[in-house]
Design a protein around this ligand. Sequence first.
Ligand SMILES: [Zn+2]
Ligand SMILES: [Zn+2]
Length: 106
Amino acid sequence: MAKKTEEVLVKDVKVTYYCDKCGEVAPYLYRCNICKKEICKECQFKGGYSEMTDWRCEPETDYPDRYCKLCWELGKPYREKYRQLKGEHEQELSDVIDQWRGASKT
Ligand SMILES: [Zn+2]
Ligand SMILES: [Zn+2]
């Protein structure tokens, strides 16, 4: 078998991630489901796994929605409203999320 050997230089690209909230370097970032900022582990809402999924009554997933602390705190009345409407007003539910998103734009 004919064989040709060549030395190839591979250019490696190093990517550094910075948290949108604290500006620290992070190995990976989460995207806040409300303000869409990319946040580090420290800046995300540190609730139980189910707290992030249960309020929307969705089955637990390997990729739960993430929230920054600010949006999570801000979202309490919106989550309550969401739970209340769930089942009755399925159509209007996405509007509530949009309102929450609107309130978060600081
Ligand atoms: Zn951070
Ligand atoms: Zn947020």
